[in-house]
Design a protein around this ligand. Sequence first.
Ligand SMILES: [Zn+2]
Length: 515
Amino acid sequence: MNRRTAARFALAASLFLSLSTWPFGQTAGPSKTRAKIDREKQLVLDWLSRPEVVEKFGRVSDAIWSYAELGLQEFNSSKLLADTLEAGGFRVERGVAGMPTAFVASFGSGKPVIGLLGEFDALPMLSQKGRVPAQDPLVPGAPGHGCGHNAMCTAAAAAALAVKEAMVAHKLPGTVKVFGSPAEEIVASRPHMIRAGLFADVDAVIDNHSGSGFGTGYGRGGNALFSVIFTFKGRTAHGAAAWGGRSALDAVEIMNVATNYLREHLPVNMRMHYVVLEGGEAPNVVPDKASVWYYVRQSDEQVEGMYERVLNCAKGAALATGTELLPVRFIAAVHQQHSNKAAAELIQKNIELVGMPAWTEEEQAFAKALQKELKAREEGMPAKVDPLRESRSEGIGGGSSDVGDVTLVAPTATIRFPGQVPGAVGHHWSSVACNFGSTTWKGLNAGAKAIAASAVDLLAKPEELKKLRAEFEDYAKKFPYKSFLPADALPPLDINEELMKKYRPLMEKAAAQIR
Ligand SMILES: [Zn+2]
């Protein structure tokens, strides 16, 4: 065997040693829950513990990491995942809800229908070499997986294939569906998938997200988000005789000044950020077109009012500069996350059963080197799973996800699975560095086990599903779902086209060199 094969073998062997003795090789999990595990659940855990299964999905994750495809351009990532599920016996519908990279993969028939969510898009500007603990881009300026989405639909696919094994072996009733969800980083796919009716028959949803800890939570969290592009149209002129022109860039600048003054008079939980997309190409030509992309974040109740105030800043800027504000383009608009408590409680038991993976000395050394580089606490990889968390972020800011909309149409909770280094920064090269290789392989495998075990519980135990449904139906009366998206908004298929056209060939070349 050559060096590469030897390294692979060593990794597979170490994974085999740490996983094959499950659950005794794990560090967490109260012993009383180990005593009796239902046979369906034992089957999914055993299936996912097979070294060849760990390796297969580890490779899928690493491949998606190397594709690093931005939202709605995830052609290779989506195909790899859909093909993997199809080869495993799932019926796959590709290109759903008007998005070529969205898919739904189903197995089984009838009720209950358990949905698993899975994301696979990357972030711009974060390119980084895998498992190198200092900033070192693979392709300078190119995208990278700085949020671990390479491991996420991968974990859902691994879990779904394990659940299929249990459904066949133990004749479990119902359907399991994987929702291959593009463009989470621009929160763009789920509202369209809901609008297309894809969640209409789903009884419960298990979502997942990669991180450094292993846990779940419930309650309302994160922020609602309006993601919109404001474009101004002016009149061009010679830069040295600009009195004949009306600068669209001036309008963008005045709008940004106005929104930055607006901040003073907004609740502290309001978050607003922007990037200038177009602002002219040379100082000696007055730009007749300029645009700025805003994220406006607030609670579900306040986000619409907040957006109106930002829109007024745009209108004021147009008036002040004698330019025209073109129709605002909605990239996305999503709700906060409203996670189901009964779902989180069920998931928590399975997280405790699976336990935190055992990390090797090499993995601990890498984690500490990265933590040192980031001036974070040099604590290495985590040893224990997290306790069940009630969300405290209601009304105090935080990120956003289009999973929020799903939580309002079906009882949903999110499994956070490990693999990343504690202290690594999200949406940053340090996360890209640790979303590749052995810790990600183990983390997504642990996540897949928790997802599969929870899905099997919901398929095999109607009384468990009833708890989730009762809570959800009650909640839905207080928070009936209505999309924030305008009726005519379409998925922004073109938003990342140019960047991917520029970087895809360079990234393919770089990936071929490290292979
Ligand atoms: Zn993410």
